[in-house]
Design a binder for this molecule. Structure first.
Ligand SMILES: [Zn+2]
Length: 410
């Protein structure tokens, strides 16, 4: 029987008894097995020992890792048991996850490749469809998340949204500032999604949160203030600068429309081309753009004032905390009195968020870490193109960015 044990070794089969080995009709290696006695009659979901129910659909095959150049399959009965909690369920088998058509080793290797190589490489090397890779990633990630509690001991977190599917749909992601790990992700970007995260965290652990960073979105701030009494909310000042850039652009368009209506064609044309000069950081301007900006300063006081207001807000980044806070308050005074409607509105928004922005400045905390993870998720999104559900994207992101990827089987 020594030869037969070699097959168990080759396929990484444990807690199984090899019954037979043969070459199938298409040249594949088939290894017939049964679980050892202790592993029999267990519920596929909870693995609790349960009374037998029936023989299910009879013999079944699981694809195993290739043996050299040859496809390999494990074949066994798949009887059903009647679990007290889960009802009639197909039995657990020691070599595969519940409802999988592949062995655990096969799935672990596929997940590892999905994290570490390209879409085409994993599908071609494993000889499965990309869609199948997605299903495997979900199963592997779900199992890993049952074993590791990613939400344990969270103190400082960042919450943010990322878009996928060319901006049509959103995910909400939660990142731990201390470990830099992705700890939670779900489809949607609204209050309900944040509440689902807080539900998963549980009442006790909500109270232990010390710091939550986010952009200025009210859908994050609301539930955090209500349910995490100890948490200081930090609002990313960068988001304020982005809003200031939008306000500036609104003024540029106003001025441009006025010029057009007044028939000042040359002025209108110049303004249209000035967008980048106004938008870019002054230290990065090309000579031509600097020239353009100087023109605006000469010919268009209102637009230039808007530009200066935007630029001053941006300086908040460059300054130490005390000076940055003084600058913010000075900026708010200026913006409130500037007679430029979009900036007056922005001043109102920022006044509402002032405490959160100051907290972010004091903690030296912007959403930078969250942004870094977002960039990585965007790369994964691009790679995951063709996955139809956000669940698969989330699974791949969790495997990659939450340290859940299994090692290569050995
Ligand atoms: Zn069960």
């Amino acid at each position: 029987m020594r030869g037969i044990r070699v097959w168990a070794r080759l396929l990484g089969l444990q807690r199984a008894v090899i019954e037979d080995v043969w070459i199938g009709d298409e040249g594949e290696v088939v290894v017939a097995v049964r679980p050892i006695w202790r592993e029999r009659d267990r519920c596929g979901i909870c693995r609790r020992r349960s009374p037998g129910f029936d023989l299910g659909d009879g013999r079944r095959r699981w694809r195993a890792l290739d043996l050299g150049t040859t496809l390999a399959f494990v074949e066994a009965d798949a009887p059903r048991v009647s679990c007290r909690r889960h009802g009639v369920v197909v039995c657990a088998v020691p070599w595969a996850r519940h409802q999988a058509r592949f062995t655990t080793a096969f799935e672990d290797q596929t997940a590892w490749l999905a994290v570490n190589t390209s879409k085409t490489a994993v599908a071609q090397l494993m000889r499965i469809a990309w869609r199948t890779v997605g299903g495997i990633c979900q199963r592997v990630a779900a199992e890993a998340q049952r074993e590791v509690d990613l939400l344990a001991g969270l103190r400082r977190i960042g919450i943010d949204e990322i878009s996928h599917r060319t901006g049509q749909r959103y995910l909400t992601v939660v990142v731990c500032h201390d470990t830099g790990r992705l700890v939670w992700a779900a489809a949607g970007r609204d209050r309900k999604t944040v509440e689902a995260f807080l539900d998963a965290l549980g009442e006790e652990r909500c109270k232990q949160l010390e710091l939550v960073s986010a952009d200025m979105a009210a859908w994050v701030a609301g539930p955090i203030t209500e349910r995490c009494p100890q948490a200081e909310l930090c609002l990313d000042p960068f988001h304020g600068v982005m809003l200031a850039t939008d306000a500036l652009d609104e003024i540029r368009r106003e001025v441009w429309n006025e010029a057009r209506r007044a028939g000042e064609i040359a002025v209108a044309r110049d303004l249209k081309g000035a967008r980048f000069a106004l938008w870019k950081n002054p230290e990065n301007l090309t000579a031509r753009q600097q020239h353009k900006l100087a023109d605006i300063q000469r010919t268009n006081a209102r637009l230039y004032r808007a530009y200066l207001i935007k630029e001053q807000l941006r300086q908040i980044y460059r300054l130490p905390a005390d000076a940055a806070i003084r600058l913010l308050d000075g900026w708010l005074k200026w913006a409130r009195r500037c007679r430029l409607t979009p900036f007056i509105k922005l001043a109102r928004t920022i006044t509402d968020q002032r405490n959160g922005i100051i907290a972010a400045i004091q903690h030296g905390l912007s959403n930078a870490r969250v942004e870094a993870i977002n960039t990585q998720i965007r790369l994964i999104t691009r790679r995951a193109f063709g996955f139809h559900s956000p669940d698969t994207l989330i699974a791949l992101a969790m495997l990659s960015l939450a340290d859940l990827c299994p090692p290569l089987p050995r």
